[in-house]
Design a protein around this ligand. Structure first.
Ligand code: CTP
Length: 413
């Protein structure tokens, strides 16, 4: 790793059996040129000694908030400011609960609260503890607060149970961190990512419209993930009740035609375009100027609809290299997911399609979780795929963006 990508990593270790794996993680981070300072909770020291981590990192390990000697060296606020990344591995259920509630009752939680660093944790606990609603709530809260949760893995546990709760292997944690760091610095930084999100509204008269159930959550999660990587983000949004992710430029639109105009304009200066909006396929040919009145004696009403412009297809038809960003589309299907997704990839001339099965309960429209299948083609036409299991939309957004940025970088070279 180049020194430009070298990070100042505060490695937090809490008290779980997986703590012994953190020694290997510290080693990997050091070997790859990162600066590493370790903070251990009291519980962690029952599993691994500070001396081991000191030997591996070449730095004194901090264990206490109220240690006058250590504070005289680098005070805890200074340490919080020093770190550009806080990585907690393992993160126990108790530590997650304390962080989710903003506690500052030991050195590690205090540093997390005081630091503006990027925050990542690898949870590790017994499978029953991970399955508890309280832990799920805490995990959800932490994600909302900007934490990235890596894992946990599933499999046999130290206690003999089998299920999700194992800490990811140090190599896997290192690899995610490495990819995110490298991506952030070599690819996403200063890139302009344009995202369409939410539904469109097609007026029938001044008080009625045609629309759909899109909540905008997936598009907004993509915007958040892009901002985390340091990208410039333009979010072209239909009417949704979500706050604008901090740092995004939000362009509010109502109709598909308005969305198309904004998209055409911003796509010309975009590196990546993600069409996440649920655009109404049709609009009223002639919306009434005044409120439509019921007609006495008539049982029905016939509306004539005409086709809306296909926003993503129009931009994707631009010749490569001429204001044509890397194009990522979505395909919401209820059957034959992969075939329809492939068809969309070809028909709309896209570079990547994110396909999801909207017939599955608890996933997709309006909810916080989603699963997806990514399909993409390289410049030679070779197709690749990646299946993404059900997970919170923000996690899914990070993985989609990650893959899109990698493929976009490859396609440029
Ligand atoms: N899209 C768009 N403009 C439209 C319609 C769709 O940009 N007028 C984009 C969506 O944002 C999404 C993808 O195209 O990225 C979805 O394709 P779409 O044709 O809407 O899918 P379906 O309506 O499900 O297609 P079909 O009618 O073939 O089922």
């Amino acid at each position: 790793m180049s020194s430009a990508s070298s990070r100042r990593i505060l490695l937090g270790i809490s008290g779980g059996i997986a703590a012994y794996k953190s020694a290997q993680l510290a080693r990997l981070l050091k070997q790859n040129g990162h600066q590493v300072r370790v903070v251990m909770t009291q519980g962690a020291q029952a599993f691994i000694t500070p001396l081991t981590l000191q030997a591996l990192t070449g730095e004194a390990v901090r264990t206490s908030l109220l240690d006058p000697e250590a504070e005289a060296g680098m005070g805890h606020i200074e340490l919080a400011r020093w770190a550009d990344t806080i990585l907690i591995a393992p993160a126990t259920a108790d530590l997650m609960a304390r962080l989710a509630h903003g506690h500052a009752d030991d050195l590690l939680t205090t540093l997390c609260l005081a630091s503006p660093a990027q925050k990542i944790m690898a949870p590790a606990m017994n499978q029953a503890m991970w399955a508890q609603p309280a832990t799920a709530r805490n995990a959800q809260q932490l994600r909302q607060d900007g934490w990235q949760l890596l894992g946990p893995d599933s499999g046999e546990q130290a206690c003999g149970d089998i299920g999700p709760g194992r800490m990811l292997e140090p190599e896997a944690i290192f690899s995610v961190l490495h990819q995110r760091v490298v991506l952030a610095e070599t690819s996403a930084h200063k890139q302009h990512i344009v995202i369409t999100a939410g539904p469109t509204r097609e007026p029938l008269d001044p008080v009625r419209y045609l629309s759909n159930h899109s909540s905008g959550k997936m598009g907004y999660a993509l915007a958040t993930a892009a901002l985390e990587l340091g990208a410039k983000v333009t979010l072209i949004s239909g009417p949704v009740s979500l706050p604008t992710p901090t740092g995004a430029h939000r362009v509010e639109v109502e109709t598909a035609v308005e969305m198309a105009n904004a998209a055409e304009q911003f796509a010309s200066e975009a590196d990546v375009f993600i069409g996440c909006a649920a655009v109404a396929d049709y609009r009223a040919e002639a919306p009434a100027e005044h409120k439509l009145k019921k007609r006495a004696g008539e049982d029905g009403l016939t509306l004539r609809l005409i086709k809306n412009p296909d926003i993503i297809a129009a931009i994707a038809q631009r010749p490569r290299g001429q204001n044509r960003p890397y194009m990522v589309g979505f395909a919401a299907e209820t059957r034959d997911l992969e075939d329809y997704a492939r068809d969309k990839l070809t028909r709309k001339n896209l570079d990547m399609v994110v396909a999801n099965d909207v017939s599955l309960t608890g996933l997709g429209f309006g909810v916080d979780n989603n699963a997806a299948l990514l399909l993409w083609r390289d410049s030679t036409g070779k197709e690749s795929r990646q299946e993404l299991p059900p997970q919170p939309k923000i996690e899914l957004a990070r993985t989609i963006l990650h893959q899109a940025l990698i493929q976009q970088t490859i396609s440029k070279n």
